[in-house]
Design a protein around this ligand. Sequence first.
Ligand SMILES: NC(=O)CC[C@H](N)C(=O)O
Length: 370
Amino acid sequence: MKAVLLLEDGTVFEGRGFGAKGCTCGEVVFNTSMTGYQEILTDPSYHEQIITMTYPLIGNVGTNPDDWESRKVFAAGFVVKENCPYPSNWRNQQTLDAYLKANNVVGIEGIDTRRLVRHIRTQGAMRGILSSSELGIKKLAATLQEYPGLVGRDIVKDVTVAKPYEWTEGVLDVLTNTQDVPAPKYKVVAIDYGMKRNILRLLVSHGCEVVAVPAKASAKEILAHKPDGVFLSNGPGDPAAVTYAVETVKALLGKVPIFGICLGHQILSLALGGATYKLKFGHRGANHPVKNLRTGKIEITSQNHGFCVDLDSFKGKDVELTHLNLNDNTCEGIRSDKLGAFAVQYHPEASPGPHDARYLFTDFTALMAR
Ligand SMILES: NC(=O)CC[C@H](N)C(=O)O
């Protein structure tokens, strides 16, 4: 079936539809990872985003019941050069096409993804509409006009959970189908702004007993759990719009150790008096070099963010820059020793990506132990 991707600046890409037949709007972004498309599709941080994969062959390992990073496919749409209809992998249970159909996600293949990515890199991430149902450009343009984009909107409320839940699974070894679940030593409350499951699995495998709470949980409700530590999760959209989350973290600072990832890093930074801004096209991939300024070591990291913390916004404040992105010298980690809080912009839980930064989970348990 024919499909079309129309960008807000009028650029049109025509291709073949796969997955669900339908029409969807979102911010068009790209991810350079060669692997992990199922984890990427189910990362709630991609809510209201149409993901373009730069690696040309996608779907070659099919999909499976284990590699979900959340309860659903949150990506608004999927753009690939070539969707592989004949996956080959011992874990495969469903082709990517059938998986997207089953989860009502629109896909397009056969477009020049290199041209699309170069366009986004030069013009910046922008709103787009992807459709394999309505194909009339005029009608699609009118529909796209209605879509407001991400800036200034709290969309964490669309992906968070309604009530608290416990998580007991550890990191899964797919070869032996066993999990690493040591006896819990620390009680952690994780605020779920759209949390990836591998963060939860790693907290459990590092000896944490985890209860996840909705994004709007108050500091009082969180402290009532008597946690040894609080975790601030990843999540979609503009951090500055999630004002209730910033207020809650302000009320927690200094009362309990805090560790944050991605959106959690941005919310902690805002609570510490910092500021955030929108990057031109964001960082999304699995090979982004980050320098740990304390150890001097370079970590190859998994990344997925379109907003960033302004390095200069902490001038005169007792906040240490701990990690720096070596591609563009942007902030990738901060810490306040005085307040017992630290966070990174990138994804140490990988899923997908390298495991270089897993030590941060040990840093968190060491902080709680102190
Ligand atoms: N993965 C995330 O938590 C993303 C954080 C935020 N939504 C951003 O795009 O920068």
